[in-house]
Design a protein around this ligand. Structure first.
Ligand code: ZN
Length: 405
């Protein structure tokens, strides 16, 4: 053993840059990045890593110095997620990143088969994803999880430039999400009240938010109290505040990330997203009692977490930024109870009406999102007229369940 120890130590030391996060900040990072990462926390090693792809047309090159710039941004973003996970009780866990020996993030750069204009914002996704899938099929060792973030360099034409980036896909599609790159996409500008600083919040905050979708997250807002104390949730309007004003992850968000593949701690051998056993919900009932909505239901036990989200209609994606997240569902022998104080949802028009303020009566809804051990989510949705809510009970307009959230 005495002979093996030095080798074991050396081997461990060689492995550390892969996992240790940012205790050692690479020398080649900019001084501004080093300053912003100076208080980095150690991040728990992850079993799986986020796939980061840089995809560009065959007639353009990646934006200048992209490997250093993007490495700094991803390391900073990984820290943000880790701090918020810890604040919500999950320890310093974050999406896993595959690191190179020099401390850069391992980015898979793919030159597309077509000119850049063939991969536009509208409709470009299909072609990009097809080529990325072909690349991963040929290089299976590069595919480290189900989750992929694809960056593409801004177009440079009459409309778009480094000062006004765009042209390329920028959205989430299932567990794939897109972001864009441009010359000043650089951590040094974060928080600056300058054109580059405001642009960075827009596109870095945008990337942070789209990545959230790619890691399984739905939109949500905090309670009125959380919004006052903590700022703006990243999965609400936080893409517009990130780096400028306080931005946070709700506990509901962190509970989904707790069972998101790239957050799984090293050694967690779960086969993610493989089961197909819907969570059953029976007998949902809602009453108004002591200034709160009291929501009761009976649920099967095949889940780890359940979040509740309450909102005004409509319920379509991208019309749901205001839905308020709750996590304190009490569970006992399959009976579940959730109390939603009207004060906590005071921003919703329906709650205003119930509080006696002047507001439009309309339709509201509660989504229960069940998070299973393997990361699969099921949603159970009830909708109702706010005007029908009473101490005796509330008739539901519609009750439905679906996979995902
Ligand atoms: Zn979004």
């Amino acid at each position: 053993m005495s002979i093996k120890t030095p080798f074991a130590v050396a081997a461990l030391a060689a492995l550390l840059p892969l996992y240790a996060g940012q205790a050692d900040i690479p020398q080649h990072f900019s001084d501004a990045a080093k300053a912003k990462l100076a208080d980095s926390v150690k991040i728990a090693p992850s079993e799986h890593q986020l796939n980061i792809v840089y995809f560009h047309g065959n007639d353009v090159e990646p934006a200048k110095d992209y490997e250093r710039r993007l490495s700094e941004l991803f390391v900073y973003l990984q820290q943000f997620y880790a701090r918020e996970m810890a604040r919500n009780g999950f320890g310093h866990r974050s999406f896993g990143l595959s690191m190179l020996p020099n401390g850069n993030v391992d980015i898979t750069t793919i030159k597309g088969s077509l000119p850049h204009k063939e991969y536009p914002y509208s409709g470009g996704h299909g072609k990009v994803q097809h080529e990325v899938a072909a690349y991963f099929a040929a290089h299976p060792e590069k595919k480290r999880s189900h989750h992929t973030l694809i960056l593409m360099p801004t177009w440079q034409d009459a409309q778009y430039s480094d000062a006004n980036p765009g042209g390329v896909p920028f959205y989430g599609v299932g567990q794939t999400c897109y972001a864009l790159d441009y010359a000043d996409f650089d951590l040094r500008h974060l928080g600056e009240n300058t054109p580059q600083g405001r642009l960075l919040t827009k596109w870095f905050g945008g990337m942070a938010h789209e990545l959230g979708h790619g890691l399984n997250l739905p939109h949500n807002n905090g309670t009125a109290q959380e919004m006052k104390e903590l700022g703006t949730p990243l999965m609400g309007a936080g893409n517009y505040t990130f780096g400028m004003t306080p931005t946070f992850l709700t506990k509901a968000t962190c509970r989904i990330l707790d069972r998101s593949e790239t957050f799984a701690p090293a050694g967690d051998k779960t086969a993610f997203y493989t089961t197909n056993e819907p969570v059953t919900v029976e007998n949902p009932q809602m009453k108004l009692k002591d200034g709160a909505l009291v929501y009761r239901f009976r649920a099967g036990s095949n889940f780890k977490h359940v979040n509740a989200y309450i909102q005004d209609a409509p319920f379509a994606v991208n019309q749901d930024y205001e839905k308020v997240a709750f996590t304190d569902v009490k569970r006992k022998n399959g009976e579940c109870l959730l109390r939603i104080p009207l004060d906590a949802i005071s921003a919703l028009a329906g709650a205003k009406e119930l509080r006696g303020e002047n507001a439009q009566k309309g339709v509201g809804g509660i989504d229960l999102v069940f998070v299973q051990e393997d990361g699969t989510r099921y949603t159970h949705r009830v909708t109702f007229n706010w005007a029908d809510i009473s101490a005796k009970g509330t008739p539901f307009i519609e009750v439905k369940s679906f996979k995902g959230c």
